[in-house]
Design a protein around this ligand. Structure first.
Ligand code: MTE
Length: 362
């Protein structure tokens, strides 16, 4: 695979694949080729035996379901949607450089990709099971991968609010970019929750539960919670954390890369921007003088819901060192904080500070 693997320096994850595309291949196309789509795993990829595979739907339902992959594919109307998936840890490296963060992957800007997903609506599956109680407020997901923690094995899981689960963009996908879902991306079936942090899009899906409260899974109750900068691993009370759902507005310079040495003259600056998916990106501003003056970037694709926005602009720059900066707005006028100090949190999630790249021109 052309992805380069990512390791947490503080741990050895020998059999856990985490990888992203080389930066010179990131966001080159609107649809990310599958072999360049980042992979984020918390455990080893499970061996899935399709002859035994069943998706179980239970909890506050009128009918519990237990379905084979064939029953899932033939029993529900297929839906196709283009959606960007972005890890909550994307851009963590900038936070780590500002103040140390223990025990988390130091992703650069590559934990993001856009694919065409085909499957069925989660809402159609929930309709088939029937929501049996007006106490139902969350939909929980369980994956087949097992995580060992304190000597005990538990599955990867998460949940999303019921109203999002019933929205037409939320899919149970069995195809990615027109092919069967690859094992690394969750085959035979995964959740796709457009606009939410990638952690809610559970791979190797084996269970869906209709719940009164958010899932009690570790990755909902401890992992993927946001805390203000004053909280750290010594004073944290996980019950107080904010469960991450929608992604904040973000924009990133992909080219030129940070610390590039280039010839003075015309410099093309390119990158991506992304919001919570419900709002299109409406404006991307780029500066070549550290944020003193700005120019508007042009869009390389028609703005659309649930996907990133690729953009480009050009500067004519003399020799010397220059700081390129990007910031974006969405149609609800949401934008990005200026400094890393204001986005730093001890788990390193959802960094959306203005993105800065230093280049030296000769
Ligand atoms: N689902 C399971 N079962 N196990 C996981 O480790 N990782 C989550 C999510 N779903 C994960 C999972 C995270 S943190 C992200 S960002 C996305 O999957 C990444 O999906 P990808 O590997 O297809 O890019």
């Amino acid at each position: 695979m052309p992805l380069s693997e990512k390791h947490d320096e503080t741990k050895t994850y020998d059999d856990i694949l985490n990888a992203g595309p080389p930066l010179n291949q990131l966001a080159k196309e609107f649809i990310t080729p599958t072999e360049l789509f980042f992979v984020r795993n918390h455990a080893s990829i499970p061996a899935v035996d399709l002859s035994n595979y069943r998706l179980v739907v239970n909890g506050l339902v009128s009918r519990e379901l237990s379905l084979t992959l064939d029953e899932i594919k033939s029993g529900f109307e297929p839906q196709t949607l283009i959606a960007t998936l972005q890890c909550a840890g994307n851009r963590r490296k900038e936070l780590v450089d500002y103040k140390p963060i223990d025990d988390q992957l130091a992703w650069g800007i590559e934990a993001i990709g856009t694919a065409t997903w085909t499957g069925l609506r989660l809402g159609d599956m929930l309709k088939a099971a029937g929501i049996a109680s007006d106490r139902a407020a969350h939909i929980g997901f369980l994956g087949l991968d097992g995580i060992m923690r304190d000597g005990e094995r538990s599955s990867y899981g998460s949940s999303i609010p019921l109203d999002k689960a019933l929205a037409c963009e939320v899919l149970l996908a069995y195809q990615m970019n027109g092919q069967d879902l690859p094992l690394a991306h969750g085959s035979p079936l995964r959740v796709i929750v457009p606009g939410y942090i990638g952690a809610r899009s559970v791979k190797w899906l084996c269970g869906i539960s209709v719940l009164e409260d958010p899932s009690d899974n570790y990755f909902q109750q401890v992992g993927y919670k946001l805390f203000p900068p004053s909280i750290n691993m010594y004073n944290v009370n996980y019950a107080d954390g904010m469960q991450l759902t929608k992604l904040p507005v973000n924009s990133v310079i992909v080219q030129p890369e940070d610390r590039s040495l280039m010839a003075a003259g015309k410099i093309a600056v390119e990158g991506y921007a992304m919001s919570d998916g419900e709002h299109e990106i409406t404006w991307v501003s780029v500066s070549a003088d550290g944020g003193e003056t700005w120019q508007r970037a042009e869009f390389l694709n028609e703005p659309q819901l649930w996907t990133w926005q690729l953009w480009r602009t050009e500067f004519d720059l003399p020799s010397g060192t220059h700081e390129l900066v990007v910031r974006a707005w969405d149609t609800a006028a949401n934008s990005q904080p200026e400094t890393i100090a204001s986005t730093w949190n001890f788990k390193g999630y959802v960094n959306n500070a203005w993105h800065r790249v230093r280049i030296t021109l000769k």
